[in-house]
Design a protein around this ligand. Structure first.
Ligand SMILES: [Fe+2]
Length: 166
């Protein structure tokens, strides 16, 4: 059984697990040759799926390292750029919503953000019912703990968002 892991935004990358073991991982920049590329890792996903001759039906789950897709604070403009850079209307919509958010500080555009996210992935054939979202810091902790030789560990995570979710 396969699980696809996705990291989008900075460090865009994908990994593949088979029966609970990591078998492959790649950053999008290695395929597009764009250093530090912030995007949704379509190229990395396609590469891994092609490498193991998989389609979405063969995936048990598609996992993201965040509990709520809007929690990363990406602008809708960026999300549109990552997910559907072919649509002028979607670009204009994103710019408008980000401007609205800028003017009315703290206005919640997360609902629209999620709508753009799910609709874009659905449009590209992703099985929405297989998407699973995990706590970001727990993902950091487990990614250090599981490959370690220790049975018990204390893990401290401190990334750029360390004060969130505590
Ligand atoms: Fe992080």
């Amino acid at each position: 059984m396969y699980i696809l892991g996705i990291n989008f935004g900075h460090g865009a990358s994908a990994c593949l697990l088979k029966n609970g073991r990591l078998i492959a991982a790649i950053e999008n920049e290695k395929l597009t040759r764009i250093k530090g590329q912030a995007t949704f890792p379509f190229e990395a996903i396609n590469y891994l799926m092609d490498l193991y001759k998989l389609n979405f039906d063969k995936l048990q789950a598609i996992a993201f390292g965040c509990k709520d897709i809007s929690e990363f604070g990406y602008s809708i403009t960026n999300l549109n750029k990552y997910l559907r850079n072919d649509s002028l209307i979607s670009k204009m919509q994103g710019i408008f919503l980000d401007f609205y958010k800028f003017i009315f500080f703290r206005s919640d555009t997360s609902k629209k953000f999620k709508e753009v996210f799910y609709n874009s992935l659905k449009h590209r054939g992703f099985p929405i019912d297989k998407l699973i979202f995990y706590d970001h810091h727990e993902c950091h902790a487990y990614s250090a703990y599981y490959p370690s030789p220790f049975n018990e560990s204390f893990v401290l995570t401190a990334d750029g968002r360390a004060i969130i979710n505590h």
